[in-house]
Structure formats: structure tokens, C-alpha cells
Write a protein that binds this ligand. Structure first.
Ligand SMILES: C[S@@+](CC[C@H](N)C(=O)[O-])C[C@H]1O[C@@H](n2cnc3c(N)ncnc32)[C@H](O)[C@@H]1O
Length: 275
């Protein structure tokens, strides 16, 4: 983690405010930074064992479909989006580049996607990180997994129903930085129930359990997990649930309300799962 700069102010709770944002301490080894994901990711150099990205990407025409109230950005410079909710100061592609630099060699990127993002994300990873599906011992794009939401009777949840089949969940892409010894037989496809709470964010928060399974397989206690575009940061909650006081995570979100939502979710989780 980077040290606070010379103009930083620290309050009684350990909260540090600098020109780049506010850093909230979360338990012994956790931190939630309210600031720009790209700016802060670029301060990590070969440090993260895993990065969990649920990016705030925008597709052209997302406007009519979006129920979220946070800032979005285009996938790359070739696919601009003309919308007040979309900023062009950063792109998903630049965040993916910064994730590569922030990971330790062999570290994993785990990214949530939908049908629009998935092919673009995979193509970009193949071009820039390599294709581990082609070169088994190499690095880069490795696998497409996902989360399927189940109803109480064990059927795929059709809550996202539409006229062209239902997804009942979302896709998840797995890639690693160069060859990796971090191997696991945990399934890239997980089931979970769909969290009902939005924690004041619009849209629905992602479940914790799938990230817990993946972190258990790919990360050791005490290693750093980074969660850019964190929202309520289920991967950070999963890290804490798994590793307790040995958990080390950094969440980054530009929206102060995201930290409030995370805090609500984190506090509720650790009432249910006492330390
Ligand atoms: C899809 S949401 C993440 C939701 C999260 N997985 C959850 O379950 O709560 C994307 C998040 O990215 C944040 N975001 C948008 N632009 C950002 C930026 N430049 N830097 C950091 N976070 C950003 C948004 O505020 C939003 O909370």
C-alpha cells in the first residue's frame, strides 16, 4: 500500500484524507479507498495475489437499460458512449492494463461480465495478456465461469427474465499474469442466491459465496486482494470471512456512497459470521 502523502490528514478512526481520496481502515488488514480506481491501481506494482473486478463499464445504448446511479465509462476509446452518466477519462481497457501491473507474477484477475462485455473482454485479454487456453502452461485468458442464481427450490432464478432466454446470473472471466503455480480444482461456475439488498446503490449487489470459493482456491492467508470499482465489495468480505485477522484487502470506489453501502454490508456480515 502507498504511504499517505505529506498533505494527508488522519482522524481518530484512522481515516486518512489526501488529494487522491479518503482511505478508510477496515479491520486489521483491510482498507477502502474512496477515489479513482485507475489512479490507485497504478500505485500497486506486482503486489496483488488476486484482483476482483466488477467494472462500471458502459455499452453504447446502455442508457435506456441502466438502473444504476453511479458513474460509468466506455470499454475502450474505439467504443465511446454519449451519455451524461459516462465519463471518458478512463476505460475498462486501461483498468485491465493497470490490473496486470498490480498483480504479482502468476496472480489472477477475476472479472464479472455480461453478454456484451464478455467477448470484448476476452479478446482484449488474448491480445494483451496472452491466451492460456491455447498455451496450457502460459499466461493470460484462462477460463469463462460464472454465477447462477438459484431460487429456494433449487431452480435457476429467472429474475432477469426477458424475451430472449434468461441468464439467471452472470459470466465471470478468469485470467492470470504469466504462467502460474496458483492452481485449484474449485469450480469456475458457482451457484448462489441472489442478494435482495441493494445497499442504497441501485442494481443488485453480487453474492459473497462465489468469491469466497475462488479466493480459497487461489489466494493464501496474508496475501493482498484488490477490489477496484468495489461497490459493496463482496470479494473483500469473502477475504475477511476466510482469513479473519490475516485478511489483506484494498477496495477502491470513486463514490462515497459505495463505501457507506460496503460498511453496511460488512458490518452485517460480521454479525452473522462473528470474528
Ligand atoms: C458494478 S458496480 C460494483 C458492484 C459490486 N460488485 C457489488 O456487488 O456491490 C461498479 C462500481 O464502480 C464504481 N466506479 C465507477 N467509476 C469508478 C472509478 N473511476 N473508480 C473507482 N470506482 C468507480 C461505481 O461507483 C460502482 O460502485
Amino acid at each position: 500500500m502507498t504511504a499517505a502523502d505529506d498533505t494527508s490528514e488522519t482522524d481518530d478512526s484512522g481515516q486518512v484524507t489526501t488529494a487522491a481520496g479518503t482511505r478508510h481502515r477496515v479491520g486489521p488488514g483491510g482498507e477502502y479507498i474512496v477515489g479513482d480506481a485507475l489512479e490507485h491501481l497504478e500505485t500497486f506494482d506486482n503486489e496483488a495475489a488476486a484482483i476482483f473486478l466488477d467494472d462500471a463499464w458502459a455499452r453504447p445504448q446502455r442508457r435506456e437499460q441502466t438502473t444504476v446511479n453511479y458513474q460509468l465509462h466506455p470499454f475502450d476509446e474505439d467504443q465511446p458512449v454519449d451519455d451524461d452518466q459516462v465519463t471518458d477519462t478512463l476505460t475498462t481497457a486501461r483498468i485491465v492494463d493497470a490490473c496486470y501491473d498490480a498483480l504479482v507474477p502468476g496472480g489472477w484477475l477475476v472479472a464479472d461480465v455480461d453478454d456484451w462485455l464478455l467477448p470484448r473482454f476476452v479478446s482484449y485479454l488474448r491480445e494483451t495478456w496472452g491466451d492460456a487456453t491455447e498455451h496450457h502452461e502460459g499466461g493470460g485468458f484462462r477460463r469463462i465461469g460464472g454465477v447462477t442464481y438459484l431460487t429456494d427450490d433449487g431452480e435457476p432464478d429467472r429474475g432477469t427474465h426477458g424475451p430472449f432466454l434468461t441468464t439467471g446470473g452472470y459470466g465471470v472471466i478468469f485470467a492470470h499474469k504469466g504462467p502460474t503455480d496458483r492452481r485449484t480444482d474449485v469450480s469456475a461456475r458457482q451457484v448462489a442466491s441472489w442478494p435482495l439488498d441493494t445497499y442504497g446503490r441501485g442494481g443488485r449487489a453480487k453474492p459473497v459465496d462465489p468469491y469466497e470459493a475462488w479466493i480459497d482456491g487461489l489466494v493464501d492467508p496474508g496475501e493482498l486482494v484488490v477490489v477496484p470499482c468495489a461497490g459493496t465489495a463482496p470479494a473483500a468480505i469473502a477475504t475477511r470471512r476466510l482469513f479473519g485477522d490475516d485478511a489483506r484487502f484494498v477496495c477502491i470506489d470513486i463514490d462515497p456512497d459505495a463505501y457507506e453501502g460496503f460498511r453496511e454490508r460488512y458490518d452485517a456480515a460480521f454479525d452473522v459470521y462473528p470474528e
